[in-house]
Design a protein around this ligand. Structure first.
Ligand code: 0RA
Length: 667
């Protein structure tokens, strides 16, 4: 008899282990990419979110995260503590079930609007599965309880190790480095940002982060103002046009779904871009979804209704959504008892009932706010009207360039030395600084596949023209690039649907029409060259971003030195390489004379040299231009704003902070 019970217990245990084995085998499916750091950090948020749930349920007002110097991390709270009693199905503690069974947790506690368990995560067990070791320590029912696991397997039963009249949970784990192969260290800033977001979204919850590693840091996040403080932070570097964010809150009971809660905070600044962050049950939805749609239509509708009723629109017929949202910073947070997302990563909320709920709440409450605050309302509407006029002017300029054939392949620019092939897959276009380098490149190239476009002088800094884009379309060098690339211009909006029938004006850059698979920026290896390269990249980022996203944009790497001994010559692309090559050339004769030519510009190279060092696909090095975040309000967009935008103080401080990283400055 005893035997068969043992067997049954084993069988259950094996099933459980198989479950966790799946996480170890396919960590990407459960936790995100194990090689780029996202899964590693997701492990931390997975545990933190369980603690946040305890806050949402009203049992803890703090969560503490500590990074230890042995590569482990502790997350602790003062919530109820993970249940410790025996679980009859398995005849092991409930703690062990939660720690070893995927998705366990939901059946212990069915309170709605929680982040973790069935809604968010795969639960703490997935973290346990990918941990070299994990220790759980629970204060509950008068005792301290402890249990340790290795690779998800319990190393003994849950045991009472002491007395305590507190409650709470503390989980320490060390990620298994055989799973997180490339990025194995917790990144302080990454964790600090996600923890700060959770604090913003949970007004009154104190979240602390302590780093015990070398150079230890610590941060505390407690925001009584919740998402309005989040919005203020989004606008930290902008100039808001009204003092306090507008905060809206409401809920709607939806049949067969339950009560849906909506919180929105928004503040307009004099900036050009919009920054809207969407959350469902504290989880960020990067691609928005039904709450974002509801927010957009309510904003446009409410603003236009108010403007019309007060006769505030003079020479503008009505404001478009883009006009209304220009310069807005918004955080929208909805709580839903059972939300549906488009993917495992929750990037897009698809629960359709949310759109109407959000619209209703915003129409009503924002309408009230505008009625009660007519000065602020007028500021926002005047800004929208200004945006509308600038947009109309840009549209007109675009239309003119189009009529001149810039947008629709009406002949190629005269300066372009095109290639013979018409197959974009093998075609390349070199954008070259200056006519003399352009000449060398034209002579040196492989004319079958390589086209050369020389640009004269510095192109327009488009970052300063975003609010008034007409000048961009009128710019000669920019028109030349648009014409040569043959794929139109203008980043499609985030929600652009190419299938949908649209306004004929809405022709955006279409990466599939690019005449060249590679756009290669080739500038001098000096400060001016770097500046021109940045100007071209800024234009591409703001007006042809899909080319970067699609991997079509490259930077050529001309050599910095030519080193010669007698008739023998070699090229060096960095100072270190120069020194290595000099040593090599001298290997058999310490005192021999080595000629060192420092290339100041591409123009100093003859066509053969330029081909050999920089253009020959067999031997050249190209840097592919990429970004981690392609949104209009992400880190890369912000970097362009800092480096190329109007705020001089901001740029100076950035340069001061990064001056130490500059290794090759040649003025
Ligand atoms: C299952 C049920 C209950 C709480 C928890 C899990 C819980 C999990 C974690 C993970 C980190 N901190 C946590 N705190 C709680 C509800 C317990 C009850 O009803 O008393």
């Amino acid at each position: 008899m005893t035997d068969s019970i043992e067997q049954k217990y084993d069988a259950d245990a094996i099933q459980v282990l198989e479950g966790l084995e799946a996480v170890r085998k396919h960590p990407g499916m459960y936790l995100g990419d194990p090689h780029d750091g996202s899964a590693l950090h997701h492990c931390v948020t997975e545990v933190v979110d369980n603690s946040v749930d305890e806050h949402l349920a009203g049992y803890t007002d703090s969560v503490a995260v500590t990074i230890h110097d042995d590569g482990s991390i502790t997350i602790s709270d003062h919530g109820r503590g993970i249940p410790v009693g025996n679980h009859s199905d398995y005849d092991i503690s409930a703690t062990e079930v939660i720690m070893t069974k995927l998705h366990a947790g939901g059946k212990f506690d069915d309170s709605s609007y929680k982040v973790s368990g069935g809604l968010h995560g795969v639960g703490v067990s997935a973290v346990n599965a990918v941990s070299e070791w994990l220790e759980v320590r629970i204060n509950r029912e008068g005792h301290v309880w402890e249990q340790t696991y290795a690779l998800g397997e319990p190393q003994g039963r849950l045991e009472a190790t002491g007395k305590s009249d507190e409650t709470g949970t503390s989980i320490t784990f060390k990620p298994d480095l055989t799973i997180f192969s490339t990025i194995t260290d917790f990144d302080y800033d990454t964790l600090n940002t996600v923890l700060q977001h959770r604090a913003f979204l949970n007004a009154g919850l104190l979240i602390t982060l302590v780093d015990e590693r070398e150079g230890g840091r610590s941060d505390e996040h407690l925001y009584d103002g919740g998402i309005s403080e989040f919005v203020k932070q989004l606008n930290e570097r902008r100039n808001p046009i009204h003092n306090e964010p507008i905060f809206i809150k409401g809920s709607v009971e939806v049949e067969e779904v339950g009560e849906i809660f909506v919180e929105v905070s928004m503040q307009w600044s004099d900036a050009y871009n919009e920054s809207i962050l969407c959350f469902t049950n504290i989880i960020r939805n990067r691609d928005g979804g039904s709450h974002l749609s509801g927010l957009r239509s309510a904003l446009t509708g409410t603003m236009n209704r108010y403007a019309k009723s007060r006769n505030l629109l003079k020479d503008v017929d009505k404001l478009s959504g883009d006009d209304v949202r220009e310069g807005i910073a918004t955080v929208i947070s909805v709580k839903h008892p059972n939300p549906m997302f488009s993917s495992q990563t929750k990037d897009r909320l698809v629960s359709s009932e949310v759109q109407g709920v959000v619209e209703k709440v915003i129409n009503e409450k924002l309408g009230e706010f505008l009625e009660e605050n007519p000065q602020i309302a007028k500021l926002i509407i005047d800004k929208g009207a200004l945006a509308s006029k600038a947009r109309a002017a840009a549209r007109k300029a675009r239309e003119l360039t189009r009529r001149k054939g810039v947008l629709e392949g009406g002949g190629l620019p005269g300066k372009l030395a095109d290639c013979q092939s018409r197959d974009p897959a093998e075609c390349e276009i070199y954008i070259v600084e200056g006519d003399s380098a352009g000449g060398s490149a034209k002579t040196g190239r492989d004319r079958r596949t390589q086209a050369i476009l020389p640009l004269r002088g510095k192109i327009l800094n488009v970052e300063r023209e975003l609010k008034n884009q007409a000048r961009v379309y009128q710019n000669q060098e920019i028109q030349t690039m648009i014409k040569a690339f043959g794929a139109g211009v203008g980043n499609p909006p985030a929600d652009f649907d190419p299938e949908a029938e649209g306004d004929s004006d809405d022709v955006f850059f279409n990466v599939e029409k690019l005449r060249y698979g590679k756009i290669i920026i080739m500038t001098d290896a000096d400060v001016d060259g770097a500046h021109i390269r940045t100007l071209i990249l800024t234009f591409i980022w703001r007006f042809m971003r899909p080319a970067i996203e699609n991997g079509n944009v490259f930077i050529a790497q001309p050599p910095l030195f030519q080193l010669s001994r007698g008739r023998k010559s070699r090229y060096a692309f960095s100072d270190e390489e120069r020194d290595t090559i000099i040593a090599e050339l001298r290997a058999d004769n310490e005192n021999v004379k080595i000629g060192i030519q420092r290339y100041k510009g591409l123009g100093e190279m003859n066509p053969e040299q330029l081909w050999e060092t920089t253009m020959d696909p067999e031997t050249r090095t190209l840097l592919k231009v990429t970004a981690t975040d392609f949104t209009d309000d992400g880190v890369t967009s912000n970097l362009f704003m800092t480096l190329m935008g109007e705020d001089v103080a901001e740029r100076r401080s950035f340069i001061e902070r990064h001056a130490a990283q500059v290794t090759n400055l040649d003025v």
